[in-house]
Design a protein around this ligand. Structure first.
Ligand code: FES
Length: 57
């Protein structure tokens, strides 16, 4: 499922980035992808996914 429609970034992609790159917050994801840089509607959902993965570490 796409989280960021503007840039075609899926929930799976976010999970993979958090697991593999050690990123642990929205800032980190935004530093390595364009997520949220257009309409910003995806930020809330992306934050929730990141938090979920981080809590499972
Ligand atoms: Fe992510 Fe628009 S949906 S910037």
């Amino acid at each position: 499922m796409y989280v960021c429609l503007c840039h075609g970034i899926s929930d799976k992609k976010i999970v993979k980035l958090v697991e593999e790159s050690g990123v642990s917050d929205i800032r980190g994801i935004k530093a390595i992808t364009p997520l949220g840089s257009q309409c910003g509607k995806c930020i809330r959902q992306a934050k929730s996914i990141i938090q979920h993965v981080v809590l499972e570490r």
